[in-house]
Design a protein around this ligand. Sequence first.
Ligand code: AMP
Ligand code: TRP
Length: 330
Amino acid sequence: MTAKKGRVFSGARPTGKQHLGNYLGAIKNYVQLQDEYDCVYSIVDIHALTTLETTVNLKENTLEMALDWLAAGMDPQKSVIFIQSHVPEVTELHIYLSMVTPEGKLTDLPTFKDKVRENPNNINYGLVGYPVLMAADILLYKADTVPVGIDQAPHIEFARECVRSFNYRYNTKVLIEPQMKVTQYPKIIGIDGVNKMSKSLNNEIEISATPELTQKRVVSMVTDPNRQRRTDPGNPDVCNVYSLHKIFSTSDQVNMVNTECRRAGIGCVDCKKMLAENINQNLAGLREKRSQLAAHPNDVWDILHDGDKRARVIAEATMQEVRKAIGFAE
Ligand code: AMP
Ligand code: TRP
């Protein structure tokens, strides 16, 4: 086996069935990096608690997300795939990192301000510390590369600052500064045509949806607002249907849509039907694999539990170094 380039870590909250934004913005990268890097991927269920009011669906959402990950090609033979809460060392590192973090830095982060806007009635201490826990995730596994969507940039920068503060405070080199790695599609827009695709905005297209539901979601996509009637010419440059064509359709189809939309040669309905067909075709293999995996959920839990054990070995080794660097009594 050739030497791997380095260690990759990434995580995602167990939001259940994944959408095209997660898939194109993150999961595809996770899959691609598996051959070149030593990869560790985590279902970050502790992070999920920062905004959840109930955990009744947590287990189910964990399984649904794991099914999407595995169906997309994340491979337990190549990568460690595990559940964050099963490796509690991360909470210990979180508290140590919190001691080198000025409180104002967390409340100033744009990601924190967004969360406050979304959940004004649940601004808890854990939510303020969300980036500290995320830094602990990455640093615990000594990752040098973190594949994420562009929305996570402030958190990665924060993790880098954490490393510098910790290593400086304790005069050590034990923690490693990570770099972020975005995919070709760092921000997929939702069916509303305006906002980032996201479950909480209900503007998502799930990768495991049936072909019929996919078509329904695509048909309801907001297009160029200036194209009111079939006979009006449209502007593909401001249309999210066109953006998705560029990802899922052949170059001939993309060129055709580009030309015909501008001269009202193709209507939005036909344009969307073509897109839906291409999305369905592209995801057919993933969906087939997913339904096979879903028939044996215990095998999926076994994969995750095996990942927990492998993750814990790495985590415990780092924590021994961290405790020593801090200078606790032995
Ligand atoms: P989340 O489901 O928000 O925890 O996100 C999981 C991963 O998917 C993170 O790396 C995000 O940056 C990425 N992601 C989520 N939504 C999008 C989107 N609309 N476009 C691109 N990447 C996304
Ligand atoms: N904050 C990330 C998101 O919302 C999830 C996450 C938690 C993460 N810990 C991480 C991503 C560590 C990368 C590395 O998508």
